[in-house]
Structure formats: structure tokens, C-alpha cells
Design a protein around this ligand. Structure first.
Ligand code: PMV
Length: 328
């Protein structure tokens, strides 16, 4: 066993197809240059102690799996449980009898649609696997992170752990898996954060209820979403930013029809478009979280500042080619 191991994994934006992807439609997803870092060290007892410097919380899972809060309350158990399960699973496939100290430092806004929990899960799997000297393939890391996501989100499509693991840009479909997209061009993307935290599972359940109530309508919306994602792949490959912007606007309109947008999201989208964005949409589950806007390369600053001017966090971002990686 190594004395210490550190790994990281990127955040993501969904360019096309969130929610539809839960129903086996394609989604286009891109890793961005904000990462979660996880450090793993052995402990002399059999506890798994997890600390997040991002949320100033820590807690221990005893040998029998009972949670004991250290900093912060019991509400952190559900946050840390996926990481505990990843650690347990990796410990049981190694011969090591050890406790673990796991430290999370994430630069990804939490519960904002940027896939922070999946990035933490993928980085945890890589850091712990490397510590225990287990040879994990990217697919192993994806599977471990997906299992962890299932605990947090109920019925995740798998798109978040896939992009955190593989990085770059992916076309993802539940039944077909991951297809890497080779994209040469730069994507001037701006992220605006409504600052409203929401639970992905609740938004997914909302869409599910709507689908049960109006199956013919919702199925048509989702078919339109698939057509947008397919055209989006073509536009991405040819670097046609204007088409991408129009498709993002149409994708957003479909998400509105599903009732996952709200005033805070619409406000930031309007501000971004008025500042000259080629297109803007919510990204992730909606109900709050982040919006993404696509800009021409020379207008990025204007869009960022327009969102900041109305009092919201905004930053420009670029595509991160690398997925999960061992740092040391
Ligand atoms: O908001 P996020 O980052 O949790 O993204 C959720 C994406 C959904 O399509 C709404 C759910 C899923 O599991 O794919």
C-alpha cells in the first residue's frame, strides 16, 4: 500500500439532452476546467474518516458502517455515504486491512448542475484504488462512481460519472454507452449560477410524473430533444457556433415545457442573450443550479459581466480534455 494518494476529476456541463437522457435519449456532455480533488491515506484503526474542506464537514464510518459526525451534523451522512461505499468496495477487493482518511477539496459549485458529486466519486475511486495499488481501468472507475451516484440520485442516467471519468466531450446514451466526440474547436462557454440549490432526484421525479400524466406530449418533446442532440453533434464537429447557439435555445425551450426552469434561470438566460450570447440554456437538472451560455470568442467578457451585474456568480470556462487522473 502507498502512504498517500491524490486524484482529481472534472465537472461537466450538459450541452444537450438532460432529463431526456434518463429515458434513453442521447445527451451531449462536456468536461470543464473545474475539478474535485480527493486525497486518501491509510489509518491505523478500521474507520473510514471522510472530510470535505469545501463544506467544512467531516465524519467517520466505523468498521460496522455506522456514521459518526465529527464536524457538522448527521445531514452529511448521505453526502459521504457514496464515498464510503466506494472505499468499502475497493478495500474488499484488496488484501489490505486498514482504515482510511479521505479528504475532499472540490472547486465545483455544489448542487448546481455541474456534476460535483460524480466528480468527487470518480476522484475518490481513483485515489483509493491507487492507494491500495489496485489497477483500475477507466471503466472500473465509471462503474464505481455510477453505483455511488445511484445512492444519491435514485435513477441517474450515468452521464455525470461518465464525463467525470473520461473527460473531453461525449455523446452518451444509456443503452449504447459512451461515444467520445473529437472536437477541435474552442467552445466559449459562460456559466452563470442562480445560487439556488436543488436536488436532482426531485427534478427527475417531476419529469417522470409529467411523463406519466401526458405520455404522448412528453414523448414528442423528448424526440425533439434527440433530434437537437444529433444536430448538435454535427455542429460541434464542424465548429458552427451559431447553429450550436440556436440548438441550445431550442433545447432550453423543451426543458421549460417540462417545467424544470424557473424565474431565476429565465432571468440569467435573458441577461446572457441580451449581452449577445449565441444561445443559452439551463444545464443539468434545472430548478436552480447553473445556466450555460455560448458566446463568440470576443464577447465572453461581456456575457460574464452582464450576469455578474445582476448579482450572480459567473465565469468563463473551457473544455477539459482529461477526465479522472492521478495527481500524485
Ligand atoms: O444537475 P445534475 O448535474 O445532477 O445533472 C442531472 C442530469 C439529469 O439528466 C437531469 C439526470 C441524469 O441522471 O442524467
Amino acid at each position: 500500500m502507498k502512504p498517500h494518494s491524490r486524484a482529481s476529476a472534472p465537472a461537466k456541463i450538459i450541452l444537450f439532452g438532460e432529463h431526456f437522457v434518463v429515458y434513453d435519449k442521447p445527451a451531449v456532455v462536456i468536461a470543464i476546467d473545474r475539478r474535485a480533488y480527493v486525497t486518501a491515506k491509510p489509518r491505523s484503526d478500521n474507520k473510514i474518516v471522510i472530510r470535505s474542506t469545501t463544506i467544512n464537514a467531516s465524519g467517520a464510518f466505523t468498521g460496522s458502517g455506522k456514521y459518526q459526525p465529527i464536524e457538522g451534523g448527521w445531514e452529511n451522512e448521505i453526502r459521504f455515504k457514496p464515498i464510503y461505499l466506494i472505499a468499502k468496495s475497493l478495500l474488499s477487493s484488496s488484501n489490505e486491512k486498514t482504515g482510511l482518511k479521505i479528504e475532499i477539496r472540490s472547486l465545483i459549485p455544489i448542487a448546481a448542475g455541474l456534476g460535483s458529486s460524480a466528480a468527487v466519486a470518480a476522484a475518490s475511486a481513483a485515489a483509493i484504488g491507487n492507494l491500495l495499488e489496485i489497477d483500475l481501468t477507466k471503466n472500473d472507475i465509471f462503474r464505481l462512481a455510477l453505483r455511488a451516484e445511484k445512492l444519491v440520485h435514485g435513477n441517474p442516467s450515468g452521464v455525470d460519472p461518465a464525463i467525470s471519468t473520461y473527460g473531453g466531450a461525449l455523446l452518451y446514451r444509456k443503452s449504447e454507452g459512451i461515444k467520445r466526440l473529437d472536437i477541435e474547436s474552442d467552445l466559449p462557454i459562460i456559466i452563470g449560477n442562480t445560487g439556488i440549490k436543488r436536488v436532482t432526484g426531485d427534478m427527475v421525479s417531476h419529469v417522470n410524473r409529467l411523463r406519466n400524466q401526458y405520455p404522448t406530449i412528453v414523448d414528442k418533446i423528448m424526440e425533439a430533444g434527440s433530434a437537437i442532440a444529433r444536430l448538435g453533434v454535427k455542429a460541434l464537429k464542424s465548429g458552427n457556433l451559431e447553429t450550436l447557439g440556436s440548438l441550445m435555445n431550442m433545447n432550453h425551450a423543451l426543458l421549460c415545457a417540462l417545467g424544470v426552469s424557473n424565474y431565476a434561470i429565465e432571468r440569467l438566460i435573458t441577461v446572457a442573450r441580451q449581452a449577445g450570447a449565441l444561445g443559452a440554456k439551463l444545464t443539468g437538472a434545472g430548478g436552480g443550479g447553473c445556466i450555460i451560455a455560448l458566446s463568440t470568442p470576443n464577447n465572453v467578457r461581456r456575457v460574464v459581466e452582464a450576469i455578474q451585474c445582476v448579482g450572480n456568480e459567473a465565469f468563463a470556462t473551457t473544455k477539459a480534455p482529461e477526465g479522472v487522473r492521478i495527481e500524485e
